[in-house]
Design a protein around this ligand. Structure first.
Ligand code: ZN
Ligand code: ZN
Ligand code: FE
Length: 784
C-alpha cells in the first residue's frame, strides 16, 4: 500500500471535479480524500502501486469537460491509513487562484428546461456543474455559494439534496436553484411604452416575447450585463434602435435561435460551427450568405456579421416558449450591449433605469446580482482558428501561463491597460490574468468601472500588486487612474510605450522566454510616442525590459487635431502634400480625387503650410484612413476603424477579381545613421497616380495591402541586418485586418522569419495590458 499526496491546479472548482475524483477513487479501489483548497484541489490517494497509477492517469485523461488542469504535483507521503475515500469540505489556502469564467447553458440543462416533467421546466436560471454563471456572480474565493450573489437565494430541500449528492450533476454547483428557490425575472420601469412593471415570472417572459415579436426594443439583463434586443429581421425596429443609440453604421451583433438559423444567414468555414456551439459562446464574425434575410441595417454594407447563439436560459426562453406567440417569434435578434455609448454595460436595475429607459420600450430584468461585468467576447476567424477581437465573457479571467524561466518569477503587478477598449491585467509570477472588457476610458463612468473592477479582481485573486504599470501618455484617464491606484496602494508606478506594450503582449501570448528579443511590427491607430510625436506604424527591437525604435512608416503631418483621427480625407490631403511638396499641386490633385469641399481643402492646406494644428505622425491606422479616402471608399469614419474595415473589404473583392498588384516598389531607404523608413509615401503616390488613371479602386485597395506587406517584409530584412534577429512579432489594431495579416505572414515566412502573431489575445488595445504586465513583472524581478 502506498499513499500519495497530490495538488491539482487549474479550473477545478465548481466544475464537478471533486465528485469526479470520488467516482474515480471508487473505480480504482483508492482510499483517501479530496479537498478544495481554493487555489488547488488536494488529493490523498492510498492503494496498490498499480491502482494509484491508474487513478492518477484517469485524473488527467477523464477529467470533467469544463475543468482545465494546468498542473498536477504528486509525491509519495506518510499518512495515517485511510479507511474510506471522502470529500472534505472547502478549506481555504492562499496561492495561485483560478477563477472559472462563465459557462453557456449545457445541452443537458437545455433539455430539462423544455421537459414538462422536469422540476426545472422553463426555469430561467437552470444550471449545473457544467454550466452557468461563475465569475460574474463571484464575491470571493473559494468558490462557494455563500461567496456568490446566489447567497440571497437559500436552496430548497430538493435543490439542497442535489447539491450535496456526489452522484447528482448538480453536486456542489454553486448557482443551483429551481422554480421554488431561485431568482426571478420581472419587468422594470414605468416609462412611456413600458407600463408593465407588475409582470413577473412567466408573465414577464410573455410580455418581453410579445414586445420582440411586435418589433419593439427590449433591454434584457443577461449574465454579464444588459443587452438591447430587437427583431433582426425587422428593418423598422433595427433602424429605430440605431437612431436611439446614435449609432448610424457600426455593425450590430445578432443572436440566432439555433444552427439552422445560422446556416440560413451565414456561410461557415470548417471549425466555425464548433466555436459557435461550444461552451463559451462568443460572437463570431461570419460571412453573410447571399440571399440572407436579416434587416439591411443590422450590418450595413458589411460582408460579415457578428453572430452568437443563446447562452443562458432567459435568452433560450425568449426564442422558444410554449405559448401562443411561438409561431411568430423571430429566429434572429439584434443583441447589442446595453450601455450609453462610451459608458460601461449596465449591470443593475438602477443602471438600466437611468441609462436604458430612453433606448428601449421594455426592460426585462432579474434579481440575481451581477458582481463583475462581462461583455460578450468577439472573435474573427483566421488560419482555421479563432482570432480574438474582444476577450471577455467565457475567457476572462483565465490566465495566460508563462513557462520555463518565467516560472521562477514571483511578485504581483497590476497593468492598467490602454485608454480605448480597456482591459487591465493582474500578474502573479508567471500567471497573467487579463480582465473582462472594461471599455473606453475617455468616458468617466468607464474610469469608475475600471477602479471598481480592478479592486474586485485583486480581491478575488487575493493579490496586492507591488508595482502598477500604465501607458506613457501624459493626458490619458488610464494614466491618471493608474497614478491614483499606485498612490492608494503606496506602490511605484512604471510606464511603457504603447506600441512596445502591443509587441510585449504578442510575445507573452506566444510564451517567449524572459530573455527573448524580437523584431516587433506594431501597426496601430495612434499612441503616444516616446519622442512626443504620434506613433503607430513602428518597427521596434523589443525585449521584455524595453525597446529600441528601429524605424517606422514615412512620417507625415497629421493635421486637423482630433478630427484627423476620424476624417481620413484630411490625412489623404496631408499625404499628397508630403508627396508633392506643393500646396497648388496638392489642391489640384485633391479636387480631381474629390477628397473634400473647397473650404475644407483651404483650411487643411493652411494648417499644413503653416504647421499649425499639425503633429508629426507615423500612425498606420491613419494611413489606412487616408488610402480609404483616396480610393473613394470612406472619406470619414463614424466608428473606430470604419474606413480601414471597408478598405479591407474592397481589397478582398479586388483580390478575388484577380487584378494585378502594383509593380514592386522600392521599399526601404535606411536613412544614413538614422531610423529606417518604410516608404509608405511612395506607395501612396503610386496609388494616387493609378487612381487618377482610372484604375479600379478594389484592385488598388488590394495593391495597397500587398504593397504594405512587402514594405513590412523589407523593413524586417533591414532590421535583421541591424540586429541579427529572425523572429518577428505582429501586433497592433491594424492587424485586426486579416488580409494584411495573411499577406504579411506570407511575405515574412518567404524571407525565412519566424512569425509570432495573436490568437486569443486581441491585437488591438484590448490586448496591451498583458504586455504591460509582462514588462512590469520583468522590472519587478530586476528590483525596479
Ligand atoms: Zn448545465
Ligand atoms: Zn430549489
Ligand atoms: Fe494601440
Amino acid at each position: 500500500m502506498s499513499v500519495y499526496h497530490s495538488k491539482v491546479y487549474g479550473i477545478v472548482q465548481g466544475v464537478g471535479f471533486r465528485p469526479f475524483v470520488d467516482r474515480l477513487a471508487a473505480k480504482h479501489q483508492i482510499k483517501g480524500s479530496v479537498a478544495n483548497k481554493g487555489s488547488y484541489v488536494e488529493i490523498y490517494a492510498q492503494g496498490s502501486e498499480t491502482s494509484c497509477r491508474a487513478f492518477f492517469h484517469g485524473l488527467k485523461a477523464e477529467a470533467p469537460e469544463r475543468s482545465v488542469i494546468l498542473k498536477i504535483d504528486t509525491h509519495p507521503c506518510e499518512h495515517a491509513p485511510f479507511s474510506a475515500f471522502s470529500i472534505i469540505e472547502s478549506e481555504h489556502e492562499t496561492g495561485n487562484i483560478f477563477v472559472s469564467p462563465d459557462i453557456a447553458t449545457c445541452d443537458k440543462c437545455r433539455a430539462e428546461l423544455y421537459d414538462p416533467h422536469d422540476r426545472r421546466y422553463l426555469h430561467p436560471f437552470i444550471n449545473c456543474t457544467a454550466c452557468g454563471p461563475r465569475l460574474t456572480i463571484l464575491d470571493a474565493m473559494p468558490y462557494d455559494r455563500e461567496r456568490t450573489s446566489m447567497k440571497e437565494f437559500p436552496m430548497c430541500d430538493a435543490c439542497h439534496a442535489e447539491y450535496t449528492d456526489p452522484e447528482s450533476r448538480r453536486y456542489d454547483a454553486q448557482p443551483v436553484c429551481c422554480n421554488d428557490c431561485g431568482p426571478e425575472v420581472y419587468i422594470i420601469g414605468n416609462g412611456p411604452g413600458i407600463g408593465h412593471a407588475t409582470s413577473r415570472g412567466k408573465d414577464a417572459i410573455y410580455v418581453a416575447r410579445k414586445a420582440l415579436a411586435d418589433g419593439k426594443i427590449v433591454a434584457i439583463k443577461g449574465i454579464g450585463g444588459f443587452h438591447l434586443a430587437c427583431d433582426a429581421h425587422n428593418e423598422t425596429a433595427v433602424s429605430r434602435l440605431r437612431k436611439k443609440k446614435f449609432r448610424p453604421v457600426k455593425p450590430f451583433a445578432v443572436m440566432l435561435r439555433d444552427m439552422e438559423a445560422v446556416r440560413k444567414n451565414c456561410v461557415l468555414e470548417p471549425g466555425e460551427e464548433e466555436l459557435l456551439i461550444g461552451h463559451q459562446k462568443p460572437i463570431l464574425l461570419l460571412r453573410k450568405r447571399t440571399g440572407e434575410t436579416l434587416a439591411p441595417s443590422v450590418a450595413p454594407g458589411n460582408p460579415k456579421i457578428g453572430v452568437m447563439l443563446p447562452y443562458n436560459p432567459v435568452q433560450m426562453l425568449l426564442f422558444d416558449y410554449p405559448d401562443d406567440l411561438q409561431p411568430d417569434m423571430p429566429d434572429a435578434l439584434v443583441m447589442t450591449s446595453g450601455n450609453p455609448s462610451g459608458a460601461p454595460i449596465c449591470r443593475s436595475d438602477e443602471d438600466a433605469l437611468a441609462s436604458l429607459a430612453g433606448f428601449s420600450d421594455l426592460m426585462l430584468s432579474h434579481n440575481r446580482k451581477i458582481r463583475i461585468r462581462a461583455d460578450d467576447t468577439v472573435m474573427d476567424y483566421f488560419g482555421g482558428a479563432p482570432y480574438m477581437i474582444r476577450r471577455s465573457r467565457g475567457w476572462a479571467p483565465l490566465p495566460i501561463m508563462l513557462s520555463g524561466e518565467w516560472e521562477k518569477k514571483t511578485g504581483a503587478v497590476l497593468a492598467i491597460g490602454g485608454e480605448l477598449k480597456n482591459t487591465f491585467c493582474v500578474g502573479c509570477g508567471p500567471l497573467l490574468y487579463p480582465s473582462p472588457y472594461v471599455g473606453d476610458l475617455s468616458d468617466l463612468r468607464t474610469v469608475q468601472a475600471l477602479r471598481e473592477t480592478t479592486a474586485r479582481l485583486l480581491e478575488l485573486l487575493e493579490t496586492r500588486p507591488e508595482v502598477i504599470v500604465c501607458d506613457e501618455h501624459p493626458r490619458y484617464n488610464s494614466v491618471t487612474a493608474a497614478r491614483e491606484i499606485a498612490k492608494q496602494l503606496g506602490v511605484p508606478l512604471v510606464t511603457i510605450q504603447h506600441h512596445a506594450a502591443h509587441i510585449l503582449s504578442c510575445m507573452a501570448e506566444n510564451d517567449v522566454p524572459p530573455d527573448g528579443r524580437v523584431i516587433g511590427v506594431s501597426f496601430d491607430g495612434t499612441g503616444y510616442g516616446s519622442d512626443g510625436t504620434i506613433w503607430g506604424g513602428e518597427i521596434l527591437d523589443t525585449r521584455y525590459d524595453g525597446f529600441t525604435r528601429l524605424g517606422s512608416i514615412t512620417p507625415f503631418p497629421q493635421a486637423g487635431g482630433d478630427k484627423s483621427s476620424v476624417e481620413g480625407w484630411r490625412n489623404a490631403v496631408s499625404m499628397l502634400y508630403l508627396c508633392t511638396g506643393s500646396a497648388e499641386r496638392t489642391a489640384e490633385l485633391a479636387r480631381k480625387l474629390h477628397l473634400c469641399g473647397e473650404d475644407m481643402l483651404k483650411a487643411q492646406l493652411f494648417m499644413l503650410t503653416h504647421h499649425v494644428n499639425a503633429i508629426t505622425s507615423t500612425s498606420a491606422g491613419r494611413l489606412f484612413d487616408a488610402v480609404s479616402a483616396l480610393l473613394g471608399i470612406r472619406q470619414a469614419s463614424t466608428f473606430e476603424g470604419e474606413a480601414a474595415m471597408f478598405l479591407q473589404y474592397a481589397a478582398e473583392r479586388g483580390r478575388s477579381k484577380g487584378s494585378a498588384a502594383l509593380s514592386t516598389m522600392e521599399p526601404i531607404k535606411a536613412v544614413d545613421g538614422g531610423p529606417l523608413q518604410l516608404r509608405t509615401d511612395r506607395l501612396f503616390e503610386r496609388l494616387a497616380e493609378k487612381r487618377l488613371e482610372g484604375e479600379d479602386p478594389d484592385a488598388l485597395a488590394f495593391a495597397f495591402h500587398a504593397g504594405l506587406a512587402a514594405l513590412i517584409a523589407a523593413g524586417c530584412r533591414e532590421a535583421h541586418k541591424q540586429t541579427g534577429l529572425k523572429t518577428v512579432a505582429l501586433s497592433g489594431g491594424v492587424f485586426q485586418n486579416t488580409l494584411l495579416l495573411e499577406l504579411t505572414i506570407e511575405a515574412l515566412e518567404k524571407d525565412g522569419f519566424t512569425v509570432l502573431r495573436h490568437h486569443l489575445i486581441a491585437p488591438n488595445d484590448g490586448g496591451i495590458a498583458l504586455g504591460q504586465a509582462a514588462y512590469a513583472m520583468m522590472k519587478l524581478s530586476r528590483g525596479l
